[in-house]
Write a protein that binds this ligand. Structure first.
Ligand SMILES: [Zn+2]
Length: 672
């Protein structure tokens, strides 16, 4: 049975995350986080919960740990945990610990036998940064003694000594790579009968091996969740990025909530995916936004960290809040290792917090109004995973599908097979973007869905092999490798790159345009369709025989979005809500009981368009937005929540038409 997690309660909505990854060179830890420093700083921000530093990737604690295998940073002058606990008690808010799990350099130095072993037989290095791939021994084997000898005893120590309310475990799934130690090799052979674990991704046993790695990791997280829950019920556990967009499948690990720290720059797209996927997991969740950014790579000296503009954080928060999530913000003031916080930065986060809290009544506890489901099959995702459990998962086609459909203002959710199969029929349209390795039961269910009236869009040359000639209404034709062809869209044509393309021939389906070898619309065309539409049973399937969604994720050409939009439109789904708006408006469709909400989020930036600038600021209001909603009766009330604008609405012929003149960052039309 799935564990649905726990949270402190509805009013704990906006959090502060503070970490500094204590290390060897620290000298002043804990000296500026006494109650008289910390309480006023926390009041400036006014968070509902706090996560504070405790043990980072160097593996050194920032408190005086007495656990036998602990490594306390030589820079701990005063007990920071004790002081954060005192301040959060004064303010009456929960306190979580930031604790680095799999990535622990100090434990590796003390106990080389606890480390993972890389494919060359050396201790595993860091998951990224200067020690990536070097035999520095920084990652812990999930089957080794680390869990029982250090991680769990330290969690108990933190619970017993400070009464902490939860753990946000960092450096966990995203730090996991296959381990070739004697323990893992033996368990792998025992579980699979395969004598030697493969070392290359091209090996036919690789997916079995990476699957074993994932299961070993999930078992490790399960063990510390169970240990904490039985040691003190009510203490919450989260493993950073577990059960998020890049970890699809039944959420079997009994963490209490789902969370991940969003990338520091250009992070909006990531959150658009996470919100639509995590909200289908059935657990409390948040995303952590970094309060600071740099325009280039992490830690590059010529691109130093700077605080984000408030509007940048508000925009990032809005895409999460609209899906009912919580938000926390990460602060780590550059150059300050004492625990001291910076007043003007706390104020900025406080201003973002007011924006967030003002949305709770509208956003919290809502459900999706199903419109388009994008399939993010766990079977497909797991079929080809690189050596890193999180970063090795290829989600590009799912992202491309989401981004293109959002630019056409559909309401879109992302569901894995586990989430989609029981509720397939709730969605008028399903899109399966290049999900070649989806399960056989999923293929069967999608075919049955179309038979009974569903509208399905599939893409990719290999979808032909999964769905077959009769269902798609085409003959398979030849494959053209590594090619671009032009497809008609709007007033023109757009080149799509795919490896491969499938050059279809019709066998009952209707062609939606022809492939071109140039942008000419009527000359130099091939005899093959750009896409096809086939009516099957009471429904219809559209097929785009190339990697159109991967192409869109990479190139974002407006004409590609138009092509995808036109194919989707051709399915003829009868949608309860349609929206006309500028491209940069994201639509989120939610409901609470019979109340329907259309969230409108403005993704523009008001500052000049420059490729080396990650900042978002001075967001200009955009509009107008026209919403058409089919309703059997005139609604009791139509209002605009979260922003002020003079909306107009009219009900006639079973359709409610609402016009919103402009949206600044995030507004919601509420229809009761
Ligand atoms: Zn191992």
């Amino acid at each position: 049975m799935i564990y649905h997690g726990h949270w402190h309660g509805k009013k704990y909505y906006f959090g502060l995350h503070y970490d500094l990854h204590a290390g060897q060179t620290d000298t002043e830890l804990g000296t500026r986080c006494g109650k008289k420093d910390l309480v006023p700083m926390l009041k400036l921000m006014d968070p509902d919960f706090v996560q504070t530093d405790c043990k980072g990737h160097p593996g050194m604690t920032s408190w005086f740990s007495k656990v036998p295998n602990a490594t306390v940073s030589p820079g701990v002058v005063k007990d920071a945990m004790k002081q954060w606990r005192a301040a959060t008690r004064t303010l009456g808010i929960p306190l979580h610990c930031h604790y680095s799990g799999i990535w622990d350099k100090a434990a590796g130095a003390q106990h080389p036998s606890w480390c993972t072993v890389d494919k060359k037989g050396r201790p595993g290095g860091a998951p990224f940064g200067p020690n990536a791939g070097k035999p520095t021994g920084e990652k812990m084997c999930p089957r080794g003694p680390y869990l029982e000898k250090l991680l769990i005893p330290q969690m108990f120590e933190l619970i017993d000594r400070y009464g902490v309310d939860g753990f946000w475990v960092d450096g966990d799934i995203w730090a996991v790579e296959p381990c070739y130690c004697h323990r893992c090799r033996k368990a792998f052979t025992l579980a699979t009968g395969i004598r030697k674990p493969p070392t290359e991704e091209s090996d036919p046993n690789w997916s079995t091996w990476i699957g074993f790695t994932r299961e070993s990791f999930e078992a490790y997280v399960t063990r510390y969740c169970d240990a904490v829950h039985s040691h003190k019920p009510g203490v919450l556990v989260c493993s950073n990025w577990l059960q998020t967009f890049k970890h699809p499948g039944e959420p079997i690990v009994p963490t209490d909530w789902i969370s991940g720290d969003n990338t520091w720059v250009f992070g909006l797209d990531g959150s658009r995916c996470e919100a639509r996927f995590i909200s289908t997991r059935g657990k409390p969740w948040d995303i952590m936004l970094w309060s600071f950014f740099c325009s280039h790579g992490m830690g590059q000296p010529d691109s130093p960290w700077v605080a984000k503009p408030v509007e940048m954080l508000q925009q990032e928060a809005a895409v999460l809040l609209a899906f009912g999530g919580n938000v926390q913000i990460y602060e780590n003031p550059p150059g300050l290792r004492s625990g001291q916080l910076i007043p003007w930065r706390q104020k900025r986060m406080g201003e973002t917090g007011r924006f967030i809290k003002a949305r709770r009544a509208v956003c919290q506890g809502t459900e999706t109004l199903p419109q388009i489901a994008v399939l993010h099959s766990e079977h497909h995702a797991r079929a080809k995973v690189g050596p890193n459990l999180l970063w090795g998962v290829d989600t590009a086609p799912v992202q491309g599908a989401l981004f293109s459909l959002l630019e056409r203002h559909y309401g879109v959710d992302i569901l894995d097979e586990w989430a989609l199969l029981p509720r397939l029929r709730e969605f008028p349209v399903v899109v399966a973007p290049e999900q070649d390795s989806m399960s056989a039961p999923m293929v069967k269910a999608l075919k049955a869905y179309v038979q009974t009236g569903g509208k399905l869009l599939v893409s990719g040359a290999n979808a032909f092999d999964r769905f077959g000639s009769d269902f798609l209404g085409v003959k398979g034709g030849k494959l053209a490798k590594h090619r671009s062809y032009h497809v008609p869209a709007a007033d023109g044509a757009v080149p799509l790159f795919s490896d491969p393309w499938r050059l279809l021939e019709l066998k009952g389906a209707k062609a939606l345009g022809r492939l071109g070898t140039t942008p000419l619309l009527n000359e130099r065309l091939l005899p093959h369709p750009a896409a096809v539409l086939h009516r099957v049973g009471k429904g219809a399937v559209a097929y785009i025989p190339c990697n159109v969604f991967r192409d869109f994720a990479r190139n974002r050409y407006p004409l590609t979005r138009d092509f995808i939009g036109e194919v989707t439109q051709a399915l003829g789904a009868r949608l309860g809500i349609t929206v006309d708006a500028p491209t940069a408006i994201d639509v989120t469709l939610r409901r609470r009981g019979t109340t329907r909400m259309v969230h409108l989020i403005n993704r523009t930036s008001g500052i000049p368009n420059q490729p080396n600038n990650g900042a978002i600021d001075e967001i200009p209001p955009i509009g107008p937005v026209t919403i058409r909603m089919r309703l059997q009766a005139r609604p009791k009330k139509v209002r605009l929540a979260l922003e002020k604008a003079a909306i107009r609405s009219r009900y006639s012929g079973g359709v409610l038409t609402i016009t919103v003149p402009s949206v600044h960052i995030h507004a919601a039309v509420v229809v009761e």
